[in-house]
Design a protein. Structure first.
Lengths: 280, 288
């Protein structure tokens, strides 16, 4: 069974004159992958992820056509509180998400609301603090923490629900470059250690996230225009032409390709660029 | 660029009321017509520093002069005509009912006639490609459009110094291209542009000089490509090298003779074009 399945799905927010923000979407998301969801601003990325945990249509109302299934559960029917056990959402700005007096309470908040027993919650708190490496911060107030630490707390508070899928909407945009890399590597570790089964990241900094991604989904004007393995997608015709921030190594080799000086695959990283040179 | 600095910061300290010391003795000069980047870790004091430029924050110790005005005894209302700050999150800056009103509000208090205001509004909406949204609520714009409006509402006041706080966050390629263009045009017309950013690739493309901050102090100040290839400094300030600087270094380690200052796409393309042509000649048995 797919983790997420969109069937002939379209959505339009109520009260807005604009057209459907998502159109004719058929999409399947499987387990065990690090997926980059990319598209220009206003292409529908955030709306798409809202439809993956039932926030659309249950919290954001509007006209919805078709269905979305989370592990076979229809998001029209199953309450978001239950869907949040399968799909966790981390927003761009952790300040919008953090609300408790200290980090421990923050992590406990989700499981408590699902009525999970205290012993179990306690062990989940310990586990989550350890996994995201913030055990030393457990008694601190979230608002005293740095941006990177807050983002870790936000991730831990979603992990405590033990979701299969974590979706992060621009998780690193407020972080300095090293802080951003550390968060993305943390996510990759979570996947490799099987703490979650799939990760979807919306990210404009493609230079950081491409080397970590197994798969890319491209969205444009509310439609999915490409889904595939990272190398296949960046070597396809669409990726370079929809206004994304193309990493410079990719641009360099693409230009060389256009000039017929290079014929191979485009590199995802500096390391792959160097491999190309070594092989020449 | 003239040799008399437009902004002079001398041994500036700023202590927040809760006791946090955000700036611990910062000294720097910024010259007219310069594009200067301020970079550093989260919490290094970058945002605090730029808020002193238009007097939003006044020094606890030390001085800040903007065009010979000591900001400690100059009204913020006066400074804000000289220094415009475009904040990181446009949602916190925009509040009017329509795009037109947003610009109109900005033009208040400048002692302009009604006709001059109307003319300035039309001109600004045209430059920023917002004419079609004149009567729309700013909150119904896309992220990129909101950013454009936030920049427009500052630029319409014609400040001599423009400060951008993280202008590229959440922007796609066309948004970033637009911001690069605005920055270059302003600097060319003699305005000074100060940019706080974490975006290394953007920085290497448009900002010739950067000031690096760590823990409330300036730790480096100089040409961008030199600073962004200095590993120790980068580590200290939680930054990373731009992709092509890393690539050049790795090529050098492989024994390739790469010129030291390659950091732009076109430079790397030029270098590798030669490289691939040579390789192909070698394969054909010709002389390299």
């Amino acid at each position: 069974m797919n983790l997420i399945k969109f069937e002939d799905f379209s959505f339009k927010y109520s009260g807005q004159a604009q057209d459907f923000v998502l159109k004719d979407i058929d999409l399947e998301i499987d387990q065990g992958k690090f997926i980059l969801l990319s598209g220009i601003t206003g292409s529908g990325k955030t709306s798409l992820v809202r439809a993956m945990n039932g926030l659309i249509p249950q919290f954001y109302h509007g006209e919805m056509i078709g269905n979305v299934f989370v592990k076979g559960k229809n998001t029209r029917e199953v309450p978001t509180s239950l869907l949040s056990k399968e799909v966790g959402l981390v927003f761009q700005n952790p300040e919008n998400q953090l609300l408790a007096m200290n980090v421990e309470r923050e992590i406990a908040f989700g499981p408590e609301n699902l009525g999970i027993e205290w012993n179990e919650i306690d062990s989940r708190i310990k586990e989550c603090l350890k996994v995201v490496n913030i055990e030393h911060l457990k008694k601190k107030a979230p608002f005293e923490l740095s941006g990177g630490e807050q983002q870790r707390v936000a991730i831990a508070s979603v992990l405590s629900l033990q979701p299969e899928l974590i979706i992060l909407d621009e998780p690193t945009s407020l972080l300095d470059p090293l802080g951003a890399i550390r968060i993305l590597l943390l996510l990759k570790d979570l996947l490799q250690e099987k703490k979650v089964s799939t990760i979807i990241v919306i990210e404009h900094r493609l230079d950081l996230v491409l080397p970590l991604s197994d798969e890319i989904i491209l969205i444009d004007k509310g439609r999915i225009i490409e889904q595939g393995k990272t190398h296949e997608v960046i070597n396809g015709d669409i990726f370079l032409n929809i206004g994304l921030n193309i990493p410079k190594c990719v641009s360099v080799f693409q230009t060389l390709k256009n000039d017929k000086l290079y014929q191979g695959k485009l590199p995802l990283s500096v390391q792959e660029s160097i491999e190309i040179i070594k092989m020449s | 660029m003239t040799s008399i600095p437009q902004i002079v910061v001398n041994d500036l300290q700023y202590h927040y009321p809760d006791g946090t010391i955000a700036l611990k003795g910062v000294s720097l000069n910024i010259y007219r017509g310069e594009i200067v980047g301020i970079m550093g870790k989260n919490g290094a004091g970058k945002s605090t520093l730029i808020k002193t430029f238009n007097g939003l924050l006044k020094p606890t110790f030390g001085t800040v002069y903007v065009e010979n005005n000591n900001i400690s005894d100059t009204f913020t209302s006066y400074l804000s005509k000289k220094v415009g700050i475009v904040f990181q999150n446009p949602e916190l800056q925009l509040f009017a009912n329509t795009v037109e009103d947003e610009i109109k509000f900005s033009l208040k208090n400048l002692n302009l006639s009604k006709e001059a205001i109307d003319e300035k509004i039309s001109e600004t909406l045209k430059i920023f490609d917002l004419e079609k949204y004149r009567n729309r609520s700013p909150f119904n714009l896309s992220g990129g459009e909101k950013k454009r409006l936030a920049i427009a509402s500052i630029m319409c006041r014609d400040p001599e110094i423009i400060v951008f706080d993280e202008p590229t966050i959440g922007q796609d390629a066309s948004g970033i291209t637009f911001i690069k263009q605005i920055i270059k045009e302003n600097a060319t017309s003699g305005k000074t542009v100060v940019i706080v950013t974490h975006d290394i690739e953007f920085t290497i493309d448009v900002i010739p000089r950067i000031i690096l901050m760590a823990d409330g102090l300036v730790v480096a100040d100089g040409p961008t490509h030199k600073i962004l290839s200095h590993d120790t400094i980068l580590e200290m300030t939680s930054l990373t090298s731009p992709q092509l600087v890393k690539f050049s270094k790795s090529l050098t380690e492989l024994g390739e003779k790469v010129p030291e200052d390659i950091f732009l796409v076109k430079q790397m393309v030029q270098y590798l074009s030669e490289f691939f042509k040579n390789e192909s000649r070698k394969r054909k048995g010709g002389k390299p």
